[in-house]
Write a protein that binds this ligand. Structure first.
Ligand code: 5GP
Length: 199
């Protein structure tokens, strides 16, 4: 268990659950939060910015960081699609005096949950159904058929992990999911005595 005292909020759930949209909204609402930028080997999408959405690095660089023990956690989410949270990222955010906000996949989420105790608020986001998840992943259409299939299959397994998390938000309507996430974070920050929070 990590014995530092930084506060952390973790969103996790299958790819296509809508957690990234919720995370963006939370960053707008709560200036106390700072996004933990993950490292990834996947290609940048056209609306993404290096050093804002991810640190886009090569497979070789990623593997070197694994060897050098630079990750808090990492996953091969699909073949040659590596994602990981750098220890330096959590330190960077702690130095700013902010609350760390994670958006990771389910395995990564469980991994992070193991390393932090009650200073972590963990939230699992799930789509209302598998059909809806499939529809969302197809609509995103940035993937090749092969990665799409891998993501769908993976999501089917990941959805069954929901009960390992302290809070589950069903993302049926985005406004509703955002309201629920806002309520949970506000309550957590208030209990932890973060300034500027009223309930
Ligand atoms: P995407 O390619 O759609 O941005 O992300 C694919 C999946 O990888 C998502 O479920 C996303 O949350 C997850 N992911 C992003 N960053 C990390 C990370 O640092 N660690 C892990 N384990 N998963 C991550």
């Amino acid at each position: 268990m990590n014995d530092n005292h930084e506060l952390l909020v973790l969103f996790c759930g299958p790819s296509g659950s809508g957690k990234t949209s919720i995370v963006h909204k939370m960053l707008e609402i709560f200036p106390q939060l700072q996004f933990s930028i993950s490292a990834t080997t996947r290609a940048k999408r056209k609306n993404e910015v290096e050093g804002r959405d991810y640190y886009f690095i090569s497979l070789a660089a990623f593997k070197q960081k694994i060897t050098d023990n630079e990750f808090l956690e990492w996953e091969e989410v699909y073949q040659n699609g590596y994602y990981g949270t750098l220890k330096s990222e959590v330190h960077r955010i702690a130095q700013l005096g902010k609350v760390v906000l994670f958006d990771v996949d389910v395995e990564g989420g469980l991994n992070i949950k193991k390393q932090f105790g009650e200073n972590l608020l963990d939230i699992f986001v799930r789509p209302p159904s598998m059909d809806e998840l499939r529809r969302r992943l197809i609509a995103r259409a940035t993937e090749t058929d092969e990665t799409l299939m891998t993501r769908v299959l993976r999501a089917e397994t990941e959805i069954t992990y929901a009960n390992r998390f302290s809070h589950v938000i069903v993302n049926d309507r985005i406004e509703h999911a955002e309201q629920e996430a806002t309520r949970l974070i506000r309550q957590f920050l208030f209990v932890k005595g973060v300034s500027g929070i009223t309930v």
